[in-house]
Design a protein around this ligand. Sequence first.
Ligand code: NAD
Length: 478
Amino acid sequence: MEIYKNFINGKWGGTDASMRNINPSDTNDVLGLAVVSDAAQIDAAVNAAREAFTTWSTSPVQLRSRILDITGNEILARREELGQLLAREEGKTVREAIGEVTRAGEIFKFMAGEALRIPGEVLDSTRLGMTVEITREAVGVIGMITPWNFPLAIPAWKTAPALAFGNCVVLKPAELVPASAVALADILHRAGLPDGVFNLVLGKGSIVGQALIEHPGIDAISFTGSQGVGHNIARIAAERMIRCQLEMGGKNPLVVLDDADIDIAVECALDGSFYATGQRCTASSRLIVGAAIHDQFVERLTGRLKALKVGHAFAADTNIGPVVDARQLESNLNYVNIGREQGAELVYGGEHLDCPTPGFYMSPGLFIATDNTMRINQEEVFGPVASVMKATDFDEALALANATRFGLSSGIVTRSLKYASAFKRYSQAGMVMVNAPTAGVDPHVPFGGRKASSYGPREQGRYALEFYTSVKTSYIQP
Ligand code: NAD
């Protein structure tokens, strides 16, 4: 059995390996045991990162670029094997997991280029003969806290820009997915990253996560996870006056107008709401459908749901893998009950399933006759459950889409350029999709939301520079 250890100052360590890493597709399959760390390991990791920072932040950009490129190449070369590991520990299908691994590799390759393109400006001063230079420098030691639903891609999209721009990293991944984070640490180390630049500490959020955000040696925090934990991090970061970047939940709407191509609408809903077991922050959990197309849409979507195979992440015919763990499954089923109790009509699924292997399986659930005040339309379920709301026209659909405290992604399916353009302009979301699922984004452009979904500068693409660098303005009189 594998033992997943901490990686601090270039060395693997940690002794209390008692946290079991269980395959959600088959609970008899234990991948390994992860060490359960405490504040002392966070202290060691932050100190190592601080020690490494001066040299790393002033290292040649070519060195940083090369290490990121080697890392990306190895991830891409091993995409099948790493995809299987990821599917085994998180439960998404192998096809989805390979997609995630590919994305992680591509992010490292993209950021290898960005390391060579750190922008600056030179201007004439308003004072005669003087020049003004605007440059960007690394921020320092970045504390990173990541969720379980993208065990490789999210650590990758935080780590790659942090390293590209000369920062050092202490990563605390989610308890449920230590193996993917350990694989990443190993690849970075063998790619030639100097000791202390990237550190990994495994353990519980309430202990090591909390110790990380409170550590005085941290200069910034990048967090992805639930709204409640993010809120606490923002408070602590504000008290300490350090920067933070928070990516949190969503309650993303997909609007289907009466003029929509029904095939596109059904495929967008199927993919956005249910693939990856609905465990995506960008999942479309609210389907806002025109009254004239409503019945046809519901019938066609239900037909597609019936044909989906829920099963083991490794089975070739599986469309939807298991839920990540028992707690999340219980929470999803509880939301199905809440929906029913509040008067929504469950037209398909939403049930616990028994499969040949013991795992956390449920059928995708679809509600109709829902209204936007119901809890299933206001709270993030984070599972394969979606609800349909009827809208009489575009204005009502847009108002419903925006009537949520979240604002991560949104989508519209329509043949009308007028309505697509208006939706793009007035949707209160950070990412808007036209005739495409609300989930599924590119690696080279900014990712993030508005309202309670996100806080701080955007992640990914060139925009990652905002969070991971600090601006300096220099006045030079020769
Ligand atoms: P979570 O908030 O429970 O945990 C996220 C991370 O925070 C984990 O590593 C956890 O150990 C840590 N943590 C928990 N308590 C902590 C504390 N007190 N102090 C510091 N760290 C602590 O979230 P989760 O269940 O792992 O992930 C699901 C959530 O993540 C959903 O809400 C989903 O929408 C969100 N998510 C958002 C995005 C995005 O980019 N917006 C992407 C993926 C997931």
